[in-house]
Design a protein around this ligand. Structure first.
Ligand code: HEM
Length: 324
């Protein structure tokens, strides 16, 4: 049995760069980007309703979640004329968590699956064997399962998962340290795609000299995270996908200081730990159970991101998942 596994594409925006530079002008121009603003407004309404429900059901001092904690803090600061914990901040912070926590991780997962389709020798897309059932997610109407594919290169991630975790239980975070190749592949996916290519803007607190340039105090600086990820002094052949960037000669996992998908410093991604856990658990759970198959030849798969500057999104693609 095979069912549909079409991966949907993103909303098309005329020019994210334009929006970054002239946000107010785009508000007045017609175009599909207005869907984003509508979605944004809808999400605000949803969050405001959730806050209202929290107010009605909460026990002050006994927080159940982030919104309750924030409301407790608002109570404490009620009499403070310079209070930071206000309703609008709660709405926007919750919104940021939603937005920052969903698109980023889901794009990484989608992009990662596309990369693994393109580089089957990494994931280990297996040829059909007697133990493989043609069952799972796939394109409606397409038949043949893994057996229609040519014999693949060594099934490295799947072989490692088989050896360390087996098939009797789901992979857990405790396994991460014992899966160096898989860990390296996941790091390489994040490096290769730079799903968030720019860090958030900063303002310089002191006057600064950088590479012969004088930058006065107050200058806005936007870190180009993608430039670190494509730096040939840090990564061998940085425009290619190569998990060896995160492995030493003994095949052990090796980190790299230039790996900064979550940025650096005090304002680095708040959800980095959660995101890394999600990426690990989703990928390993999928690869433990399924053989990934492209629709058509892997050589025809295009990895060019659909949208840059706001975020690197994978192009729409189709994939079949066949149970192992
Ligand atoms: C693959 C997944 C993710 C990537 C690549 C990513 C990347 C980033 C980057 C580059 C920044 C800017 C940090 C800076 O400029 O210093 C950021 C900020 C942030 N991220 Fe993530 N993120 C991911 C997932 C998440 C998740 C799961 C959450 C929450 C549930 C989250 C919440 C946030 C928040 C709240 C900020 C703002 C932090 C601040 O301003 O102090 N992110 N993220």
């Amino acid at each position: 049995m095979e069912t549909s596994g079409l991966v949907q594409g993103p909303i098309e925006i005329p020019s994210p760069e334009m929006y970054n530079i002239f946000p107010s002008i785009l508000h007045w121009l017609p175009g599909p980007h207005h869907r984003i603003f509508r979605n944004f407004a809808e999400l605000r309404v949803f969050i405001s309703e959730q806050i209202q429900r929290h107010r009605q059901t909460r026990q002050p001092g006994e927080p159940r979640d982030f919104i309750d904690c924030f409301l407790d803090q608002m109570d404490q600061e009620q009499k403070d004329s310079e209070r930071h914990f206000q309703e609008e901040t709660l709405v926007m912070t919750t919104h940021n968590l939603f937005f920052g926590g969903t698109e980023t991780t889901s794009n990484t997962l989608r992009y990662g699956l596309l990369i693994l389709l393109k580089y089957p020798e990494v994931a280990g897309l297996r040829a059909g064997g007697p133990g493989m059932r043609g069952l799972g997610l796939g394109l409606a109407g397409v038949h043949g399962g893994c057996s229609s594919q040519p014999e693949p290169a060594p099934a490295k991630v799947q072989a490692e998962l088989d050896a360390v975790v087996g098939r009797m239980r789901a992979p857990s975070l405790e396994d991460r340290g014992r899966l160096p190749y898989t860990n390296a592949v996941l790091h390489e996916i994040q490096r290769f795609i730079s799903v968030v290519p720019l860090g958030l803007p900063r303002a310089l607190t002191p006057d600064t000299h950088l590479h012969g340039h004088f930058l006065p105090k107050g200058t806005f600086v936007i870190p180009l995270l993608v430039s670190a990820h494509r730096d040939p002094t840090q990564f061998k052949d940085p425009d290619s996908f190569n998990p060896r960037n995160f492995l030493n000669n003994e095949g052990e996992f090796q980190s790299n200081d230039a790996f900064t998908p979550f940025a650096l410093g005090k304002r680095m991604c708040l959800g980095a730990g959660l995101a890394r856990s999600e990426i690990f658990l989703f990928f390993t759970a999928i690869l433990q159970r399924f053989c990934l198959l492209p629709v058509g030849s892997p050589t025809n798969l295009d990895l060019t991101p659909q949208c840059t500057s706001l975020g690197n999104m994978p192009p729409a693609f189709q994939l079949r998942l066949v149970t192992l």
